[in-house]
Design a binder for this molecule. Structure first.
Ligand code: FEO
Length: 385
């Protein structure tokens, strides 16, 4: 497995093939926690890995350099999937100084006993010479946590981008040209939708900040390293940061006895036409991770639930709570659903969509008990129109 990015710059992370739940995120293709070793007159380890894999990281570092010769450990991000190994790493590297910004050091002290660590606080834009190469630190607050930052190596046109541009994707190839590009772009989209979407404004600012940096390689903290498709991932992030709408309708629904399901299919059929991607998702056959990903670039979301106890079905409410937290902007959405003697399901959905500041192009589409063929045809016509 090729793990060399540039001469004396190597990947030393861990591939977690079997993880399937990353704090609720469905990691169907596993994950990686990327760390990088830069060997120069001074040696720096950039980021670490999840705590249980500290030994694997240290073994990779020890295969390249005597552990006593590591001078710096750069922490770009304090979240435990990257900093969890720090206590073991700092103990194993007797001459290493932890390099991080003030917010990161405070966050690390909130997670670990850092009192015995040598630390160096750096500020936005500060540099650290390793000899032939120099590390430049670029603060990127809220991409993904307040203390997050990038580390840039100008001599190599190389950006260590932490969570940004990452993917939860386990693979034997370490680079974007060693795996199917459509797959990694889809995983990058899934990652963006579920981890980064709430911070679109901050992402747009970061993209502006880095626009003038010559970048030939982006080495994120998850997934493969971008070297052959850098423009593609930068373009994708520019689109995702504003939730750019494609010609796409996503129909999301729960159903009790099939009536709302029939309405969902009619709406989906009405939305399906050349040039429009129409996606039909039963909440109980999908998962939050996939639903959020499909929503990211949708122009319109039709969301359905029958009425249960004067409101919507509980799993529909859970999905809306999740989607709302991701703060998707610029969507149109409307509710639909069947009802019996009471009302409230579609109406409650409509309120949630309005609370997300989405455009609501129509009143909820409703059917009493089972929708008749005429009602279904009318729903399809309304969508087609
Ligand atoms: Fe991969 Fe925000 O940690």
């Amino acid at each position: 497995m090729n793990t060399t990015l540039r001469e004396n710059i190597d990947w030393v992370g861990h591939v977690d093939w079997n993880v399937r739940d990353f704090h609720g995120y469905n990691t169907d293709r596993g994950a990686t926690y990327n760390a990088y070793l830069v060997r120069d007159a001074k040696t720096a380890l950039v980021d670490t890995v999840k705590g249980p894999f500290a030994g694997r990281l240290l073994a990779r570092v020890a295969a390249l350099v005597d552990l006593s010769r590591v001078d710096y450990v750069v922490s770009n991000h304090a979240e435990p999937d990257h900093a969890g190994a720090l206590p073991e790493v700092m103990q194993a590297l007797p001459n290493a100084t932890l390099v991080a910004d003030a917010k990161c050091l405070a966050a690390l002290a909130g997670h670990f006993d850092t009192s015995g660590w040598k630390t160096r606080t750096i500020a936005d834009g500060e540099t650290l010479s390793l000899g032939r190469r120099t590390l430049r630190f670029i603060e990127t607050p809220m991409v993904h946590w307040p203390e997050s930052m990038f580390t840039y190596v100008a001599e190599e046109r190389l950006l260590f981008s932490m969570d940004a541009f990452g993917q939860h994707y386990a693979s034997s190839g370490r680079f974007d040209d060693e795996v199917p590009v459509a797959t990694i772009l889809d995983e990058a989209k899934t990652y963006y939708a579920n981890i980064v979407m709430p911070y679109g404004k901050q992402v747009a600012r970061v993209l502006q900040q880095t626009a003038n940096l010559p970048i030939d390689m982006i080495a994120p903290a998850h997934g493969v390293i971008w070297r052959s498709h850098v423009p593609a991932i930068l373009r994708a992030y520019a689109d995702w940061s504003v939730c750019r709408r494609a010609a796409k309708v996503v129909v999301i629904y729960d159903t009790m006895w099939g009536s709302t399901g029939e309405m969902a299919e009619a709406i989906h059929e009405g939305a399906s036409r050349p040039g429009v991607e129409a996606v039909l998702l039963n909440i109980r056959r999908s998962n939050l991770t996939r639903l959020a990903t499909e929503m990211l670039d949708a122009a319109t979301v039709a969301f359905g639930s029958p009425t249960l106890n004067g409101g919507m079905m509980p799993m529909a409410a859970a999905v809306l709570a999740y989607l709302k937290g991701l703060r998707p902007v610029g969507k149109a959405g409307f509710a639909f659903g069947s009802y019996g003697w009471g009302v409230g399901g579609p109406e409650a959905i409509s309120e949630h969509l309005a609370a997300m500041k989405w455009e609501i192009p129509r009143e909820p589409l409703k059917a009493r008990y089972r929708p008749t063929a005429e009602v279904l045809a009318e729903k399809a016509r309304q969508m087609a129109g």
